[in-house]
Write a protein that binds this ligand. Structure first.
Ligand code: CP3
Length: 348
């Protein structure tokens, strides 16, 4: 089988024969095989065993026939070598031993040296770059989303402590953003050198911010990150998180190739708000995967039709797959996206 680079071409707004598709959380608890592996290993153990981690990354590519793989890891992984002590608790998420709330806490954070600190990640990427017939997406969390876990000490509904630091100690907040920004650039460059064919920055919870706060407290760091990655030879994707519709106009001049959006804004409206410089990725509501096929099909068709209105579209979900989703629905959806978009593109 030859290498399928459709996903890369779509990210770069080049010609494609079908719309490429991959899913956030395509490796995870909806798979019986993953649940079996998790009986023997914690999530972080899987991340630290390159052969096993590569196997978990490849599995959904084989099962679903998606056009890209995403490295199996977690946004918390590079925070360990920065000095953050954390664990990932099932059904809750990342939990910190001690949250980061004052100047000493932030000062204690050090930058990472990926070749030494995260060699297992780079080794996993090297294995995957050899074995995969589709591009591998490397990733990291974005500064706001990472900071939210660090300052709150765990998942949060209202981000009270995070916003308290942002509004009350803006200098401290900026130092935290700066340190996370540097880590992100270093880490993504190392992933790309090891063989990642694209990178995605997850800002899952940025939608909690009002646009003017995003602009003041988060945008400068995002701007700098994508500027520093401008010359890297792979597509860069910004998943700006759930409920972030009002932030989309602010992403217009970020030097990312692709913008990921959720289902609250249509693909057509998303393009209008972000502008046509960027390719778009999204945006099926993951709960639609539990709907009857006819409903799912007509929604997928609408997303594809709008996606094909301009160059540069990648089919994805608006957020990650839930454990309740039946794997055969995902396979059926993947086949449908490929077949339907192929028929539309052949008629053009
Ligand atoms: O297939 C893939 O998408 C790659 C693997 C991946 C994981 N985490 C593995 C994982 C990726 C890309 C992430 C990113 C991540 N981690 C994000 C950004 C994406 C998003 O979903 O918004 C965030 C916010 C985290 C933090 C985190 N880790 C949360 C909120 C949870 C869920 C807690 C739960 O149990 O529901 C985790 C745990 C986690 N990371 C799982 C997986 C597959 C859950 C399964 C398990 O515990 O084995």
């Amino acid at each position: 089988m030859s290498f399928n680079d459709t996903f890369i071409r779509a990210c770069l707004k080049q010609e494609i024969e079908h719309v490429p598709v991959w899913y956030m959380r395509q490796a995870g608890r909806y798979q019986a095989e993953y649940r079996e592996i998790r009986k023997k290993h914690t999530l972080l153990e899987i991340c630290r065993i390159p052969e096993l981690c590569a196997e978990v990354t490849i599995l959904p590519v084989q099962q679903l026939g998606v056009d890209a793989a995403i490295l199996f890891s977690d946004i918390m992984v590079p925070l360990g070598p920065m000095g953050v002590k954390y664990d990932i608790i099932e059904k809750r998420g990342p939990i910190l031993e001690t949250p980061f709330r004052n100047a000493d806490d932030i000062a204690s954070l050090r930058n990472i040296e990926p070749e030494e600190d995260l060699s297992y990640v780079l080794e996993t990427i090297q294995i995957l770059a050899r074995e995969l017939k589709v591009p591998l997406i490397g990733f990291t969390g974005a500064p706001f989303t990472l900071a939210s876990y660090m300052v709150e000490g765990g998942p949060s509904r209202n981000y009270i402590r995070t916003k308290q630091m942002m509004y009350g100690q803006p200098e401290l907040w900026n130092r935290l953003m700066e340190k996370l920004g540097s880590m992100i650039v270093t880490y993504l460059k190392a992933q790309i050198s090891a063989g990642a064919g694209a990178v995605q920055i997850f800002d899952s919870w940025a939608g909690a911010l009002a646009p003017e706060d995003y602009k003041q407290y988060v945008y400068p760091t995002m701007k700098r990150i994508f500027q520093e990655l401008k010359e890297v030879p792979v597509p860069k994707i910004y998943f700006g998180g759930v409920s972030s519709g009002e932030l989309l106009p602010l992403w217009n001049d970020l030097d990312a190739d692709v913008m990921g959006i959720d289902w609250r804004v249509s693909i057509r409206e998303g393009r209008k708000r972000i502008g046509n410089n960027h390719a778009i990725q999204g945006n099926l509501d993951p709960t639609m995967l539990l709907a009857p096929w006819s409903k799912l099909e007509s929604k997928a068709k609408e997303i594809i039709d709008q996606g094909l209105e301009a160059p540069g579209f990648v089919f994805n979900l608006g957020h990650g797959i839930f454990p309740e989703v039946p794997g055969d629905m995902l396979k059926r959806l993947t086949d449908y996206v490929h077949e339907y978009s192929h028929s539309v593109l052949n008629k053009q």
